[in-house]
Design a protein around this ligand. Structure first.
Ligand code: SAM
Ligand code: SF4
Length: 346
């Protein structure tokens, strides 16, 4: 408690020069901003959006380029060192390269990443290389064309595969494939995905399904527990060795001699909350201190009412100091009101 009081939330001049940190009562430091820059999407993934799409906010409700830049600047001043642009589909925003470039050049930022469904990547890769993007996570849940149509309700499989290989060949340092692992959809493709890591310097990440699916499949028994994913992977190959992954890559593996890695992300079972460092901001500018929490504050409204940077900083610091110890407690405290991951960014 004492430690926190020293840096929170008095933004007087002496503290400002120290670059205050976003912290909570459980001694976690939040230095990773995940910013959804869009709610619109060119896919309709069965675990994310209904076939007809979601009632979308008017474009004027979403953060403008200038508002996003302001949030980025303020976040960097509060100690954020890693940024991820996500959505909806971030590549449907025409200013995406400009935003990435802005983030890359901010003081204190070590890395800037993007999560995309990959459809439009070929249009942007050169720009992303030249502005210095650190990494791209591309979402792909199956290596079979017919299944891709079933999962995404669109016919862009070939395009995504081509773009993944372009990304692997590019100068972007880190390429990861996000696979939402689901029973009866893709649980028989674990090894097909894992085998991609033998020849390619990529990380294949199997992600647990979460309940932000617009009431589509969560209740239909498709959940595939990270422990089962792990067991199934290990059953299928005795050549996978445990290695050290990133903070969210709770379980990370590598085939002997492989160029890439495999990871399993327990995003629903939540045993990664103890090391949470994430700040989430939605495309309409709402700050979330946890995926599963109902609490949110509109930074957009503060900016549009001419609120000062100091006010925005104190809202961010105040939101995190009160963060629940884990996502279960956050959920039990009046639950999460969001329907779809496209509104949160993943
Ligand atoms: N459109 C981009 C994409 O698909 O990569 C970025 C936004 S998407 C919401 C971000 C990540 O969330 C994707 O990897 C997607 O697979 C994942 N996601 C979406 N809905 C999910 C759910 N219900 N459970 C688990 N992951 C989900
Ligand atoms: Fe679109 Fe990404 Fe949601 Fe799929 S997961 S519908 S690509 S936002």
């Amino acid at each position: 408690m004492k430690k926190i009081n020293k840096i929170y939330p008095t933004l007087d001049n002496s503290v400002k020069t120290m670059r205050p940190k976003i912290v909570d009562k459980h001694d976690r430091i939040f230095n990773y901003l995940r910013l959804a820059v869009n709610e619109y999407c060119n896919l309709r993934c069965i675990y994310c959006m209904p076939e007809e799409g979601l009632p979308l906010r008017h474009k004027s409700d979403l953060l403008t380029t200038q508002e996003i830049k302001k949030i980025l600047t303020i976040s960097a001043e509060l100690g954020v060192s890693k940024i991820r642009f996500t959505g909806g589909e971030p590549l449907l925003r025409k200013d995406i390269s400009e935003l990435i470039e802005y983030a890359v050049n901010m003081k204190g930022i070590n890395s800037v990443h993007l999560t995309t469904n990959g459809i439009l990547l070929n249009k942007y890769l050169k720009e992303f290389e030249s502005v210095g993007l650190s990494g791209i996570n591309i979402s792909l849940d199956t290596l079979r064309n017919s299944r891709f149509k079933k999962i995404t309700r669109r016919d862009t499989f070939e395009q995504v595969i081509e773009n993944i290989y372009l990304a692997i060949k590019s100068r972007i340092p880190s390429i990861k494939i996000n696979v939402v692992a689901m029973r009866d959809f893709n649980d028989d493709e674990l090894m097909d995905f894992a085998n991609l890591t033998i020849e390619n310097n990529i990380t294949v990440r199997f992600i647990e399904l979460m309940p932000f699916d617009s009431h589509q499949i969560w209740k239909t028994g498709k959940f595939y527990h990270s422990k089962d994913i792990l067991e199934d992977l290990q059953k299928k190959s005795n050549k996978i060795n445990l290695i050290h992954g990133s903070s969210t890559e709770h379980y990370a593996f590598q085939f002997q001699g492989a160029k890439g890695k495999i990871a399993v992300i327990p995003s629903y079972t939540r045993n990664l909350c103890g090391s949470c460092n994430r700040i989430r901001i939605t495309a309409d500018g709402k700050l979330l201190n946890c995926l599963y929490s109902k609490d949110e504050s509109s930074l957009r409204d503060v900016m549009r009412n001419n609120g000062s940077d100091e006010k925005i900083k104190s809202i961010i610091l105040g939101s995190f100091i009160n963060k629940h110890k884990n996502g279960w407690l956050a959920q039990n405290n009046n639950g999460n009101p969001r329907e779809s991951m496209s509104q949160i960014g993943g």
